[in-house]
Structure formats: C-alpha cells, structure tokens
Design a protein around this ligand. Sequence first.
Ligand code: NAD
Ligand code: ZN
Ligand code: ZN
Length: 390
Amino acid sequence: MQAQRQVIRCKAAVAWEPGKPLSIEDVDVAPPKAHEVRIKVVATGVCHTDWSYLREPGVGMTLRPFPLVLGHEAAGIVESVGPEVTLFSPGDKVIPLFLPQCGVCERCGSPKTNQCRKNWANTQAGVLADGTSRISCKGQQIYQFLGISSFSQYTVVPDISLAKIRSDAPLDKVFLLGCGVSTGYGAALNTGKVERDSSCAVFGLGAVGLAAIMGCKAAMAKRIIGVDINPDKFEKATLFGATECINPLEHKKPIQKVLVELTNGGVDYALECVGSTAVMSAALESTTDACGTCVIAGWTETEAMSVPVVKLLMGRTLKGTYFGGWKGARDLPRLVDDYMNKKLKLNEFITGTLPLEQINVAFDLLQSGNSIRTMISLQNPRVGSTPVNL
Ligand SMILES: NC(=O)c1ccc[n+]([C@@H]2O[C@H](COP(=O)([O-])OP(=O)(O)OC[C@H]3O[C@@H](n4cnc5c(N)ncnc54)[C@H](O)[C@@H]3O)[C@@H](O)[C@H]2O)c1
Ligand SMILES: [Zn+2]
Ligand SMILES: [Zn+2]
C-alpha cells in the first residue's frame, strides 16, 4: 500500500515536439487514482502509428497535444493499484489496451463490435478519465498517447484498459498482442471473416500485414498473396503463410489489375495494412466484384478515400477494423494461450532488441523497412527507477 502514495521517478522517451527525436528524460509517474493501475512496463514495440504521429503529424493523424510519451503496444507487471480496483493486484502480468473494454456499455455487450466508448475522448486527447495525465517531467504535464504511454518505465492506465494474462507468459514476446499482431490477425479472422479455401491478398507486409497473413492461414485460405513494394519482406511473408508474393513496382499495370488477372476475376478478401488511400482503392478493386470483401487496417484520420459507387454495386463489401475487432480484456488472454500452445507465432515478428535509450533507432529501422518489430526493453539495468515520497 505504501507504493500507492509514492511518485515513481523513472526514465521515459519524451516527444517534446513533432518531427524531433525522442528525448530520454527523468519523468515522475503519479500514483494511480480510483479505478487506475500503475504498471511497470517491461517490453514495448514501435508501431507504425507511433511513427506516423511523431514523424508525420497532421499527415495521417489529427494533431494531438505535445509533449507526450508515445507507445501503445506493450506488456508489463502491475506495480500498484488505486482505490476501487478489484480485478488486478501487484505482480499481475498485463497488456495495456488502447481500446478499453468496460464490460458494461451497450457496445461491450454487443457481439458485433469492440468499440467501447468509455473514456474515448480523453484517451484520444492523451489524458485519463479525470482530464489529466499521470506523467510529468520537470513539473510539466506530459500527455499519454492513446491513454497508455508505454515508452516509459512506469505508466498509469484505467483498470478497464488492461488485459490480465497468465503468469508464465513471456512479456518480451506477448507485448506484440497489444497492437500490431492482434490487429492484423483479427482483421482477417474477425472483421474479414476469411473463409476456408478462399483467395486473399494482403497489402503491406509489416507486423500488421504479416499477422493478417497468419490470420488468413489460420482460416485455411487456399491462396494468400502478399503485396509489398519492399521485396525484403517476402521471405517473412512466406514463413507466415503467403503462398506467393508480388511487388507492384515490378509491374506496368496497376496492382489491382495484376491481381484480378492472376485470380481470374479477383480475390475473395483483400486486407489493406499500409495506411495509404491509393492502396486502399487498389485493395478494394483487387477483390471479385461479385462478393469480394476489402478490410482496411491501415490508418489515416485525415485523408478521404474516393470509391466509385459502381465498384460496390455488384456486391463488394468495404470494411474497416480497429484493433482487429478483439474485445481486449476478454480476448488477449486467449491469444496469449494460443501463443503458448504454438497456434500463433510471435517470436518471428521480432527483428531486434534495443534498450529504451536507443528507441530512436527503432523508429529509423521501421521507416527504412529494416525491421518488423524491434522489442524495446525498458527494465535493463542502465535505466533505473526510484520511488519518491510525496
Ligand atoms: N486499424 C488499427 O487498429 C491499426 C492498428 C495498428 C496499426 N495500424 C496501421 O496499420 C498500418 C501498418 O502498420 P505496421 O506497423 O505494420 O507498419 P509497417 O511500416 O511495419 O509496414 C507497412 C508496410 O507497407 C509497405 N508499403 C508501403 N507502401 C506500400 C504500397 N504502396 N504497396 C504495398 N506495400 C506498401 C511497406 O514496405 C511496409 O512493409 C499503419 O497504417 C498503422 O498505422 C492500424
Ligand atoms: Zn499500433
Ligand atoms: Zn464498454
């Protein structure tokens, strides 16, 4: 209980302003308030969404306030809990959720959606339920990206924004389920509902796209075509289940035409995992006009996609997915079980490990296409943390 009254001083990678490298700082992480949990973050990944927000603010994402601590794909251990927290105790292994599951709202009760709206506006604005963040640096409030901020050794999140996972789960692997892998895997299984013996095309072979391929394979699709402008991604795509891979840059015709010809009329499912409106249109048009389904996982909050109505009239379906349709608190423990039972790959997504101090290198690796996910280790001995009495 003593820990609850203490601020923890620890290291975090602070984004002071857009476009600038992250800066490793001493931050103060306040004790959790009612219905909040303070967690020691053990491992985190850099998702393309963190990258877009820092490096291309306003391009794909609406501006959110700076300074902030990014990071939303993570795993950690509960350090302390605030008043009225009943489901978590210190020592529990957890995965933070950028999409909560309050369990009581109408949407949480619906099998059709995972779009719990509890705390939504605050989470998007980088603050917790009371309108403030728990992280500060040199006395200044630091916003919590998507309500999480996993590029900090400690953070505080609402108790509805956490999935409790089994105690033997390796945190340096299952952090991937906090965003990219769950998103792509669920895009195929939950949103697309890919069927056995179907044909699929997955655009973009980063963590989200590779996980989408893994989902198509789990659904027993017959043909899974990986599409990327970086052919270095093809080997991994094949490992995850792609039956063939195509580089659009090697074709004179638009990629949708290539795919329609290759499949005699279009694929049954196309999954867009890039975040480009041009690729989204290509993905839609690569599906069979009679009954193809296009799922958009790639992110843009600012751009519009133009769809000629006739492209839908014959029977295509266009869908989007957020966090792969998973209800996090309920479903992530099951995905962890699937990993532990070797039904789901995670290790293969990790292309390197770096300490928090070198997190900017992980951003560069993602940008240059030289990584899938770099595991950022937050608790290595060189970056210590100290409790500070209030
Ligand atoms: N919907 C969600 O809930 C959700 C969750 C996580 C990530 N995302 C989004 O998913 C997207 C992918 O994330 P990621 O972390 O896997 O990114 P990533 O950068 O690791 O992978 C993107 C891949 O797309 C490829 N690519 C770029 N342009 C292309 C083109 N024209 N045609 C084909 N391939 C192309 C790149 O070479 C790269 O391999 C991003 O837009 C991210 O913001 C969405
Ligand atoms: Zn993400
Ligand atoms: Zn809810």
